[in-house]
Write a new protein. Sequence first.
Length: 145
Amino acid sequence: MIRTRRVLTGVFGSLVAVVIGWQVTASITGGSSTTASNTSGSVLPAQLPSTKLKDGTFTGSRQTTRFGDVQVAITVSGGAITDVSTPVLSGNEARSDQINNQAAPILRSEALAAQSAQIDSVSGATYTSDAYISSLQSALDQAKA
């Protein structure tokens, strides 16, 4: 019994060491498909979840915050989001632009990995994140088949 417990503890410890630093997101759409990304946000080769979106480019509504404006556009191909861009990402001052420019690539990576607007806000860029997510959802609503 003690030997079994030590083996299980060793196996569990090894699994924890492998999993630390990785984030796995699962989406169930008639089956399960998994997209994994490391903490840098790069997408690992995995099957993208089916989102049932029309192919094309869709521009979300322009969102105004107290620090500037945000507008998101998505490109859909094969029913999946293949690109996310920000045609409008302006700040009212240099610090706002700096925050926006740091947050935008993180939000883009999250949106591509999630294939939805269900993404986390970027710490320190709450207004930008909220506006980005709202505009992204607007673009997704237009793309729904």
